[in-house]
Design a protein around this ligand. Sequence first.
Ligand SMILES: Nc1ncnc2c1ncn2[C@@H]1O[C@H](COP(=O)(O)OP(=O)(O)OP(=O)(O)O)[C@@H](O)[C@H]1O
Ligand SMILES: [Mg+2]
Length: 230
Amino acid sequence: MSSNPLIFLEGVRKIYGAGTVRVDALSDINLRVSSGEFMAILGPSGSGKSTLMNIIGCLDRPTDGRYVLDNVDVSGLGDEELARVRNKMIGFVFQMFNLLPKQTALGNVQLPLLYSGIGPKEREENGMQMLIKMGLEERLHHRPSELSGGECQRVAIARALINKPSILLADEPTGNLDTKTGEDIISLFRKLNVEEGVTLILVTHNPEIAGEAKRRLYIRDGRIVSDSGG
Ligand SMILES: Nc1ncnc2c1ncn2[C@@H]1O[C@H](COP(=O)(O)OP(=O)(O)OP(=O)(O)O)[C@@H](O)[C@H]1O
Ligand SMILES: [Mg+2]
């Protein structure tokens, strides 16, 4: 049913550790995000933003509660199944880029296609196309240590987009970039959202970037304290 949200979290809790080192990172998170939304997540350091992104992105599971993604309850899936869902539906861009240091730009970008079982020739072609789209045609065979921060982030974005995910998650994607490069990346995200209908969720401390989003979710101490569009 088209009226069902793409992302649906109900009573989600995340507890790290146990006993005296126990951290209640998320408590009673209820959230619906429809296909095609552009949402920013804001909140102080340690409030649970990355924890929430990791759960939405199927990199981690809630301790309690339910996560239904595209009508599938993914809260109880095993690691392999979760990885399959992630590879098919989700692109993730991290603050620290998380590129493999020994792989070239082209090698990094192709990885999700390898996991999808796509053959080497098609992988290389698609990988090149995506890097060219990101303005990196001169950097295909460079390793991350031979690239600038903005170039690394563009490689990371190319990798996130190569499987044509319906959801793009970005955790502080411009935190390590200068203002101009950050703006370029945000306008690229906006374009993906408007023109290709990609559902976009990003964590940012930057009020200008947050202002671009149509919906703003504020988190404090692991709880949603305000939701401008929900
Ligand atoms: N793997 C982990 N084990 C134990 N505690 C963790 C773990 N990851 C995060 N935490 C704790 O959970 C809380 C939420 O962390 P989280 O990374 O989600 O915060 P954040 O809002 O993303 O902060 P920042 O803005 O600094 O990135 C913090 O108190 C953090 O110390
Ligand atoms: Mg974080």
